[in-house]
Design a protein around this ligand. Structure first.
Ligand SMILES: [Zn+2]
Ligand SMILES: [Zn+2]
Length: 332
């Protein structure tokens, strides 16, 4: 996490296929310079999938990207969000207001809506997870200061008009897109699949550059859910993936395999780290990541590592060893 820096990128629109456009929108996050929204022709307008993050000037970036492909916000007949992270849902409120359209999204969005309703409670919860994971008080205080300055990315909390769950269909000029629930990255995650063209709108479930993230603390086993959701999309043999970040990519199965391999590798690394000595989640991180841990990446890494520990615990391969405020872990 970092304070917002000056935007270096501008919104850009490009046609991927006749009737399907990529809207590339800038993000203020280091290492993640942009996210994608997708517009799909539908009658006299478009279905818009995902929104980009809300921040000063962000709606103008979306309009700029749409304008480059001769679209306007008023053309949006339906907004569907792959999940409730700010870069995919943050601008939902101004979009549906301008377009007068419905929002369709998965109902398990409390991971985002609770945070947006009560950021202080959400921060306190993260600090508690940090404390339990062995993060020293000074680092927690530094993190809290940074987090308070970090914008939420959400214009206003809007809940879906319609639940985007397994089997829901979205009509477009390119055919019907079928929703598949794919939790793991976030409890609210869904992918949209167009079976005749074998195109998968994969959100952040499967990205062109493999990057694992789990919204920890809302479900029992985000890693197990994620692995199940990889199997769920793999059966379709998609030939093109349109993901939440990066360019469209082919070899969708290869990317799914890459995700499975990285999860397996990290589970082994976590298990190896606690084989002979009980450790806190923080003490396990160096065994899992090449990068040094700092206040900006610690939340991500800790959430991911705790998710592996919970998964291993369910498999009865590790056990928590409570020790005062701190939780240590040891292989069984
Ligand atoms: Zn996400
Ligand atoms: Zn994203």
């Amino acid at each position: 996490m970092a304070p917002t820096t000056r935007q270096k990128e501008l919104g850009r629109g490009e046609r991927v296929l006749p009737g399907l456009w990529r809207l590339r929108l800038p993000l203020p996050w280091p290492g993640v310079p942009h996210c994608n929204a997708w517009a799909i022709a539908s009658g006299s307008g478009v279905v818009l999938v995902d929104t980009g993050m809300h921040e000063p000037g962000s709606l103008a970036q979306l309009e700029r990207a749409m304008d480059q492909v001769n679209l306007r916000l008023e053309h949006v007949r339906l907004l569907a969000c792959t999940h409730a992270h700010s870069d995919h849902w943050g601008q939902a409120a101004p979009i549906i207001e301008r377009a007068g359209c419905e929002l369709w999204m998965h109902p398990n969005h409390v991971h985002a809506t609770a945070h947006a309703h009560d950021p202080e409670a959400a921060l306190e919860r993260r600090l508690e997870v940090g404390r339990q994971s062995g993060v020293p008080p000074a680092a927690l205080a530094e993190y809290a200061e940074l987090a308070k300055r970090f914008p939420s990315g959400v214009a206003k909390v809007v809940e879906p008009d319609h639940a985007l769950v397994d089997g829901v269909r979205i009509e477009t000029d390119l055919g019907e897109w079928v929703a598949y629930e794919t939790p793991g990255h976030a409890p609210s995650h869904v992918c949209l699949y167009q079976p005749e063209r074998r195109i998968l709108i994969s959100g952040d479930h499967v990205l062109g550059r493999i990057s694992l993230f789990y919204d920890y603390g809302y479900t029992d086993d985000p890693v197990g859910e994620f692995l199940g959701a990889l199997d769920k999309v793999d059966v379709h043999d998609a030939r093109l993936a349109l993901s939440g970040h990066g360019k469209p990519f082919v070899d969708v199965h290869g990317h799914i395999e890459g995700n499975r391999a990285l999860v397996a590798e990290r589970l082994e690394a976590v298990l190896g780290a606690v084989r002979t000595e009980a450790k806190t989640a923080l003490e396990i991180l160096p065994a899992v990541y090449d990068q040094p841990v700092d206040v900006r990446n610690a939340t991500w890494f800790l959430s991911e590592t705790l998710s592996y520990l919970r998964h291993l615990q369910r498999q009865e391969r590790v056990s928590p060893q409570p020790d005062g405020d701190v939780e240590r872990w040891l292989a069984n």
